[in-house]
Design a protein around this ligand. Structure first.
Ligand code: WT7
Length: 663
């Protein structure tokens, strides 16, 4: 990556700064001393945090074992029980009556579950798991909607030392089957169905299909039982001897269950994530290090005051954000949190804001794609609700453009809440880059600084630090507690994917491009495969998208680099317009032209998109990621590739017809 990366000057022109207020800083959990302590003795710092935040049945004496890189061991001679830390520990400390989950179903039903109640449920479920033959090291697939039983299931699996593999409820029977097979799951925990957009979306039928298909392969079936939660009350088939109703066994089971200690490196979960090509990778995380960094970051990045805060992370438990910032981080810290089953727009677009108002949410963590969606609907929707309880806002998943950042702060955060833009990955397990509220002066659009105890750098292809003011590749230079321990069943792929590129330096290659500004703050530029090279000039998709959404007409934009005979790559953009703009402008004939000029004006002629297509929707995965690969296919006139991970598979045919219609 060249040092003369001038293309993101537009992003770096963002000069608005938001220092913490004195009041916030005075009451904040984190202080600048965290950085000092971590810098002085990184491993000692993590050891100290781990002892402070977690209960160890057997205290560890070793911190990091990096004798066999890239296979790290943290706190290896210590023993703990992850579920005990998230449950019994709080009850024993006298906080059993504190609400753990403020659950709201999409139809409007509600459950408040205290730490004592959740502990009781998980103990019973752990006994049921043992009865079903699940013990240490066994794999359990979890395919559930966002209901309290999903949280209880993950914790019960952890409690008996087994390994969960949560599969997002939106995945198909095929995806389910390949994940069950890859992990060799012995048990599947599912529900009849869950509520989504006003109706029951069935789950158990997909499990039945996955298992039936798999039988057809003639291989040994690993799944012995399917434990079924009743939620949707939809009609389902029943396989005698294999299927077990949750409500028929859990309440009847004994609530006596002593959590056994397991070694720190006991595997906790596998979570599948898609790579650049090929089959999904089963990212493996273990116990002690993972829980340490989950709890540490959850506490300090969100300024958690567990006795008074109401926290809400909108992620589904099927994603890493749901694992770390719905289940393990908040519960290890004894937080009270909202768990919401449905979609943001049901029964109408203000549902999330209603949830915040109703429960008095103080800390809110969501994704830029959601924020831009709300911008598109208009500020009057959140402004009709009382959001004054909010005091910290978080963002995760992709770069947040300054316009969305400012909207988030102004409209949702009443112009006063700190915003933390948190960079991390399924592989990193927990937050790696973020401002600390009360400490960091925030910059819209920049994720800013590594969290204390994390060592990162931005390097060139040669592995050398690029220096402030330059762009390059983001790497992690030292092992970290919540790092992935491998890819399930594929140690070679683990080495190849993340460690081969900078094997000489021993750096973890994250796959993201980044730039250091003059202060040394980090600006994420998207995956490196999303960085374009136009006529030998490096252009960032993030930057052009940011420019496009800064235009009054545009709600959302996706930019891809399409092969071009003359320039190597050319910029092709897809824009979704704001409803308000469409209402007030009849003639949008020349808008694409205008937008091209706008980008050229904002960034420079080199960035002028070759084509801009006005579309009604962008192709997104169920986790809200724009699938640029598909947009690149369309832009390059190719047949559109695999669309099975799209939330709405129709989107691509609509876009395709639009594009070919114009050619
Ligand atoms: C990729 C990881 C981390 C949980 C959700 C996604 C992108 C994530 C940010 C951010 C810019 C971000 C990166 C990363 N990403 N957070 N704050 N700013 N980019 O987890 O599916 O494993 O994706 O998401 O490209 O590599 P994931």
């Amino acid at each position: 990556m060249s040092a003369e990366n001038t293309s993101i000057d537009h992003l770096l022109d963002e000069t608005r700064r938001f220092p913490p207020t004195a009041d916030f800083a005075a009451a904040a959990v984190a202080g600048p001393d965290l950085y000092e302590r971590a810098d002085a003795d990184r491993e000692g710092f993590w050891a100290e945090q781990s002892r402070e935040l977690l209960h160890w049945h057997t205290p560890f004496t070793q911190v990091l074992d990096w004798a066999n890189p890239p296979f790290a061991k943290w706190f290896a001679d210590g023993e703990l029980n992850v579920a005990y830390n998230c449950l019994d520990h709080h009850v024993e400390a006298g906080n059993g009556d504190r609400v753990a989950l403020l659950w709201e179903g999409e139809p409007g039903d509600e459950r408040r579950i205290t730490y004592a109640e959740l502990t009781d449920e998980v103990r019973r479920l752990a006994n049921v798991l043992a009865d079903l033959g699940i013990g240490q090291g066994d794999r359990v697939a979890i395919y559930l909607p966002m209901i309290p039983e999903a949280v209880a299931s993950m914790l019960a699996v952890a409690r008996v030392g087994a390994i969960h593999s949560v599969i997002f409820g939106g995945f198909s029977a095929d995806s389910l089957r390949s994940r069950i097979d890859d992990a060799g799951a012995k048990l599947v925990i599912t529900a009849d169905g869950g509520w989504r957009k006003g109706k029951v979306s069935p789950l158990k039928p997909a499990v039945d299909q996955a298992l039936a298909d798999r039988n057809g392969l003639g291989e040994q079936e690993t799944v012995e039982h399917v434990l079924v939660v009743r939620r949707g009350e939809n009609e389902i088939d029943w396989v005698a001897d294999r299927d077990v109703w949750y409500h028929e066994v859990v309440p009847q089971a004994s609530a006596e269950h002593e959590a056994q200690p397991f070694e720190a490196e006991n595997p906790l979960f596998i979570l599948y994530t898609s790579g650049t090509t090929g089959k999904p990778k089963g990212i493996l995380h273990t116990s002690g290090g993972y829980l340490t960094q989950a709890a540490f970051t959850h506490r300090n990045v969100f300024d958690l005051h567990p006795e008074s805060d109401v926290y809400w992370c909108t992620a589904d438990i099927g994603w890493i954000t749901g694992h770390t910032y719905v289940v393990y981080g908040p519960l290890a810290n004894g937080a009270t949190q909202v768990l919401y089953e449905g979609t943001p727009e049901h029964p109408e677009p203000g549902r999330w804001w209603d949830v915040i108002e109703k429960f008095g949410v103080t800390i809110f963590y969501t994704a830029p794609t959601a924020i831009r969606g709300f911008m598109k609907q208009g500020r009057q929707i959140p402004q009709a609700r009382d959001l004054s309880s909010l005091r910290v806002l978080g963002s995760v998943g992709e770069p947040i453009n300054p316009e969305a950042w400012i909207w988030y702060r102004e409209i949702i955060g009443a112009g006063k809440t700190p915003i933390v833009d948190t960079w991390w990955q399924t592989e990193t397990g927990a937050i790696m880059v973020s401002a600390l509220p009360g400490v960091t002066e925030t910059k819209p659009g920049s994720a800013q600084v590594p969290v204390p105890g994390i060592s990162l750098d931005v390097v060139g292809e040669d592995g050398r630090h690029v220096g402030n003011g330059n762009g390059g590749l983001l790497v992690v230079t030292e092992p970290w507690p919540s790092m992935l321990r491998g890819i399930w069943g594929d140690p070679e792929r683990f080495k190849e994917t993340y460690w081969d590129k900078f094997s000489e330096q021993g750096y973890y290659f994250a796959g993201d491009g980044a730039r250091l500004d003059e202060d040394g703050d980090i600006w994420l530029l998207g995956r490196v495969d999303d960085v374009m090279n136009v006529s030998g000039h490096r252009l960032s998709t993030a930057e052009i998208e940011s420019s496009l959404v800064a235009h009054e007409a545009t709600a959302e934009a996706a930019v891809v680099g399409a092969a071009d005979e003359t320039t190597g790559q050319a910029v092709v953009a897809y824009c979704v317009l704001k409803e308000s703009y469409l209402k007030s402008h009849e003639d949008i004939e020349n808008l694409a032209q205008d937008l091209r000029g706008w980008v050229a004006d904002q960034i420079g002629a080199i960035a002028r998109p070759r084509e801009i297509y006005i579309v009604t929707e962008l192709p997104k995965t169920r986790s809200g990621k724009i699938m640029r690969r598909l947009l690149r296919d369309v832009a390059e006139g190719r047949e559109v590739g695999d669309t099975t991970t799209l939330a709405d598979t129709m989107v691509m045919s609509t876009i395709q017809s639009k594009v070919t219609g114009r050619r």
